[in-house]
Write a protein that binds this ligand. Structure first.
Ligand code: GSH
Length: 230
């Protein structure tokens, strides 16, 4: 098979790429990376020395593609399907990329900061950093609550790259700093994302690994976000 995706089913940035594959039914060979396993980790580092997932290997084109956003853009260009992730209109295209960046930097990153602080050795916790991350998530929720006042997807009627980024970011963020009780529109949007077959499949495949999530509260597929409607 030409396409191999190095990923882990629990990893939120990997979900962004998986959604794009599932949206358009693009066949690929899944390679689950276990960074705690020496052999798996070494094999992954040989493909991508930065050892950050996801990474796409395209043997047919002899390309190694890192970074979740770039993988979605690469699939859009070379393996297109019915779902177009970047609008053809340049103005809508940069806007789509802007929201993709927003989710990565202001939702995924603070969420990851809170979660990975749990994995630090005793005495090395970053309480101030976690506090800042929580505050940043609250700020992002406010922006997004306004943004989703009259939209089905992040860019309106069409599902795009911005929604691929939003889905895992909001799903995990809602687990660590819940917004279901406070942000009605954002919760409804998360509900729509979770009902989308591509992301529903990603979550179903992640479910056996949810027990590894290093917080007391584990992610749940059936939650307030799952049942919320527009
Ligand atoms: N900017 C990267 C971030 C990738 C990233 O942080 N991936 C996480 C999994 S969600 C990872 O590989 N973590 C392993 C580590 O940090 O050691 C992207 O968009 O792909």
């Amino acid at each position: 098979m030409s396409l191999m995706l190095y990923f882990h089913p629990l990893a939120s940035f990997c979900h962004k790429a998986l959604i794009a594959f599932y949206e358009n039914g693009i066949p690929f060979e899944p390679v689950i990376v276990d960074l705690l396993d020496e052999t798996s980790s070494a094999a992954f580092r040989a493909v991508w020395p930065m050892a950050k997932m996801p990474v796409l290997r395209d043997d047919a084109r002899d390309r190694t593609v890192a970074e979740s956003t770039i993988i979605v853009e690469y699939l859009e260009e070379y393996y297109p399907g019915a779902t177009r992730f970047l609008p053809a209109d340049p103005d809508r295209a940069w806007h789509t990329r802007m929201w993709d960046r927003f989710y990565d930097h202001y939702v995924q990153e603070p969420m990851q900061k809170i979660v990975t602080d749990r994995l630090r050795p005793a005495g090395k916790y970053d309480l101030y950093g976690v506090e800042q991350a929580r505050a940043q998530l609250h700020e992002a929720y406010e922006v997004l609550e306004q943004e989703m006042a009259a939209k089905r997807w992040m860019m309106g009627d069409a599902f795009t790259l911005a929604d691929c980024a939003a889905a895992p970011a909001l799903f995990y963020a809602n687990t660590v700093v819940p917004f279901a009780e406070t942000h009605r529109r954002l919760t409804a949007y998360l509900g729509r994302l979770m009902a989308r077959p591509s992301f529903a499949r990603v979550l179903e495949e992640a479910q056996p690994y949810f027990c590894l999530f290093p917080m007391e509260k584990k992610p749940q597929i059936a939650g307030p976000g799952a049942t919320a409607s527009a």
